[in-house]
Design a protein around this ligand. Structure first.
Ligand SMILES: [Zn+2]
Ligand SMILES: [Zn+2]
Length: 167
């Protein structure tokens, strides 16, 4: 699906949702939606708010926050809780199914796609007679940069110890 087509569709979905809930269709809300669908990353409320402000949008932190919650309710945005970090969000409409690997040191998030996970979901659903709708799988560890940095500081620490023993 082309980006423009996706943008038109998500706008229509959001419009219908707001109408249905008797909520105001403010330009700010649509600007936030558009901004989210122009990004390809995971972001928290603060990052999005600052980005909107830098682009000279007149939005308040509260509007960004509320709009995000509305977009999560109508399935246009997915909310993640990666470890102890602030909640992170990402667009979800027309976006491929994926899971995440998160660095516990720097908070970097990498997406991966493995069809076997979907197979497990179907199999477990069949087995336990559950109509499984979705799943969330997060893997935590150190990214290559952070493992490298850890190795360097570990070897520096052990070198210091050797120095101590010698003296
Ligand atoms: Zn890292
Ligand atoms: Zn993701």
């Amino acid at each position: 699906m082309s980006e423009q087509k996706t943008n038109e569709l998500v706008r229509k979905i959001f419009e219908a949702y707001l109408e249905n809930k008797n909520l105001r269709k403010t330009p700010e809300r649509f600007a936030i939606l558009e901004e989210i669908y122009s990004r390809n990353d995971h972001f928290d409320v603060e990052t999005l708010y600052i980005h909107m402000k830098n682009q000279k949008y007149r939005v308040s932190r509260a509007t960004v926050y509320n709009t995000l919650e509305l977009l999560v309710s109508c399935d246009l945005v997915t909310k993640h809780q990666f470890g102890k970090n602030m909640a992170q969000f990402e667009k979800s409409y027309g976006y491929r199914q994926h899971d995440h690997v998160i660095c516990i040191e720097c908070g970097k998030v990498v997406e991966f796609c493995d069809p076997r996970i979907h197979q497990i979901q179907t199999m477990v659903g069949d087995l336990l007679k559950f109509d499984v709708k979705h799943h969330s799988l997060n893997l935590y560890g150190f990214c290559s940069d952070c493992s490298m940095a850890r190795k360097v500081s570990e070897s520096a620490a052990s070198a210091e110890k050797i120095e101590e023993i010698k003296s």
